[in-house]
Design a protein around this ligand. Structure first.
Ligand code: GDR
Length: 329
């Protein structure tokens, strides 16, 4: 029986990965920082089927102990601070958790069992001020934030451990990926949650930053499947995971509000204080390698994903005690 460790199991990607691995018959172990918080966060159905173990990402010895104890075959490192703001206020912490922790895991694998396969959730933020568009595996990395730089350190260490020690480590260069489980701070979920609230008559305005910002947005469930496929391939490698198409925040609004026949222009206010500079070169991924070598095909398109997110937010709000149902049809 395959046994996989997932760091960040309580997050969006971790929960999708756990579900995927369980359907494939894996023993799933989630590494968590705070057991109590994890028990409260994970859905009951998942809690009953996974094992949890406490691991502080700064603790090198504990990682080696966990690897030895659980006889793992695969590790998915999905734990990271995640924010679109670049983490300038936490540059040191982000280096520890998003960067150095990966070196700790790789070193533990090297010393405990070099056959364990490792997949890292890397980020399109590593391309930063990209020199070309679309970006693919060979595109030079030019991170422009502490977040991007920390992810690039981790990505580089995987390549180094692969070449120097022959470890099986893959770096999944993930472009934006969303779902009903996305945090409310990200623009997709911020919009779909607000649309559901507007539909219920709970609020009547949504403040956003730049509506013309564009992103390559895919569905998180598709992206964790790409990571799993990477570890099933005979050879370890790095892969861009992206849809290859971009949409603007404005289009996102049109679809999300349009789902309930609402016109976003009646509700959305652009707030220049939240503007982030728009990239001079568009971040959009070319995932030809993943498609050709892994047979990966994203299944949920942008329109369907946004519609599902709006529906999920509406359902959650209706289930919440005290939510008014004005406007629900
Ligand atoms: P991003 O995600 O910065 O791409 O980082 P986010 O959803 O925050 O922003 C996407 C785009 O929308 C624009 N935008 C707004 N963003 C937010 N959060 N709130 C707003 O009100 C708003 N209005 C417009 C942003 O300017 C941006 O252009 C995500 C994170 O998951 C990172 O950790 C990851 O590395 C990258 O995706 C790939």
């Amino acid at each position: 029986m395959k046994a996989a460790l997932i760091t960040g199991i309580t997050g969006q990607d971790g929960s999708y990965m756990a579900e995927l691995l369980l359907t494939k018959g894996y023993r799933v172990i989630g590494a968590v920082r705070d057991m109590q918080n994890a028990k409260e966060t994970l859905p009951t159905a998942l809690m009953q089927r996974v094992e949890l173990v406490v691991w502080d990402m700064l603790d090198q010895c504990r990682m080696a102990e966990i690897l030895a104890e659980y006889r793992l075959t695969e590790i998915y490192n999905l734990a990271a601070y995640s924010s679109g703001t670049g983490m300038f206020n936490d540059a040191v912490d982000i280096g520890e958790v998003n960067g150095l922790a990966v070196a700790r895991i790789l070193d533990a694998i090297r010393t405990v069992d070099a056959n364990i396969r490792f997949c890292q959730a890397s980020s399109s933020e590593m391309f930063g001020n990209a020199l070309e568009s679309p970006q693919l595996e060979a595109t030079p990395f030019r991170p422009r934030t502490p977040y991007g730089a920390a992810k690039l350190y981790a990505h580089s260490m995987i390549q180094i451990y692969r070449q120097h020690y022959g470890l099986y480590g893959c770096s999944a260069i993930l472009f934006n990926h969303e779902s009903p489980r996305r945090g409310l701070g990200f623009v997709t979920r911020k919009i779909t949650h607000a649309v559901a609230k507007i539909k219920l008559g709970l609020v009547n305005e949504l403040c956003l930053g730049n509506l013309d910002a564009r992103r390559d947005w895919g569905f998180a469930g598709d992206y964790v499947r790409a990571m799993w496929l990477m570890l099933q391939h005979p050879d370890a490698d790095d892969y861009v995971v992206a849809t290859g198409e971009t949409h603007s925040v404005r289009e996102l609004c049109e679809i999300a509000f349009g789902h309930f026949n609402l016109d976003y222009r009646d509700y959305v206010r652009e707030d220049s204080a939240s503007y982030r500079p728009i990239e001079s070169i568009q971040l959009v991924g070319n995932s030809k390698k993943a498609r050709n070598q892994l047979g990966w095909i994203p299944e949920i398109g942008f329109h369907e994903m946004v519609s599902r997110m709006v529906d999920a937010d509406l359902r959650k709000l209706i289930e919440q005690p005290g939510a008014t149902k004005i406007g629900v049809s």
